[in-house]
Design a protein. Structure first.
Length: 269
């Protein structure tokens, strides 16, 4: 069969993704990506450490970021996304900013991290009071709360699982149950589901309908922020972050000032 008339595959725009060595949700990331964008993933080197603050520090070392960006540079992505929540909040707001600077120094055209994308998404939704869902231990969850507090975000409720491994195996019904526990006694502006290894794609619309508030997740905000830099939109079924008309159903009132975000700088998205 002669297929020369097809002219080759469609041109693709590239997003580089640096994920921890144990990341298992490549397919979930792709579900938010339109057909004209390709994800180019690389992983950090294996270290024999359970999910913890120590692991978060190890997978976010600047030397590790430098090597990952150098590998991605061969395919020249338009932006590099560091896809790990704990790895990008463990050093606080200054540490997250320094990670972006390190990726730029290594040759990334632009850079974003999951935790930086989370703050940008909360600003987009005018959310200053949020509930948290995490699969983490108490110490890792506390570190996330400290990062949010530094950025001017109040955590009104939380639910966590205390896991140190195999987070990608958590079923959707556990995520939904945690979300309901996190908002049981408060009415936050939004709910954030942390950890890029926690499956969330299909539960976001369900939770937004049940809780009557915007729900965002680590993988969602990472891809949303990267694609926003490209001037294109993430795809997803009725998710408030991705669809402004969906936000109107929550009856938001006056828009509060946005949270404190990392400083704008050349090449940093």
């Amino acid at each position: 069969m002669n297929v020369s008339f097809l002219g080759g595959p469609r041109p693709q725009r590239g997003v580089g993704v640096i994920a921890p060595f144990d990341f298992a949700l490549d397919r979930e990331l792709w579900r938010w990506v339109p057909d004209d964008v390709s994800l180019h993933l690389t992983r950090t080197p294996y270290v024999p450490v359970e999910v913890s603050l120590d692991l978060a520090r190890l997978v976010s070392e600047h030397e590790t970021l430098h090597e990952a960006v150098r590998a991605l540079n061969e395919v020249a992505p338009e932006i590099v996304a560091y896809a790990c929540t704990s790895g990008s909040f463990v050093g606080g707001v200054a540490g997250e900013r320094a990670m972006g600077e390190a990726m730029i120094r290594a040759g990334a055209a632009h850079a974003v991290t999951t935790s930086g994308a989370m703050l940008a998404a909360l600003a987009e939704l005018s959310a200053r009071r949020i509930a948290l869902v995490t699969p983490y231990t108490a110490s890792v969850t506390q570190s996330l709360e400290e990062y949010l507090a530094e950025a001017g975000i109040l955590v009104t409720g939380r639910a966590s699982l205390g896991l140190v491994r195999h987070i990608w195996k958590v079923p959707y019904h556990d995520v939904v149950a945690m979300a309901h526990r996190a908002v049981r006694t408060t009415t936050p502006d939004a709910l954030f589901i942390s950890c890029t290894n926690l499956p969330t794609y299909d539960v976001i619309p369900q939770l937004e309908a049940e809780l009557r508030m915007p729900v965002i997740s680590a993988n969602q905000v990472t891809i949303w922020a990267a694609l926003r830099h490209l001037g294109t939109r993430a795809v997803g079924p009725y998710q408030a972050l991705l669809d402004e008309s969906a936000r109107q159903t929550f009856g938001a009132g006056a828009v509060p000032p946005p949270p404190v975000l990392p400083e704008e700088q050349e090449g940093w998205a």
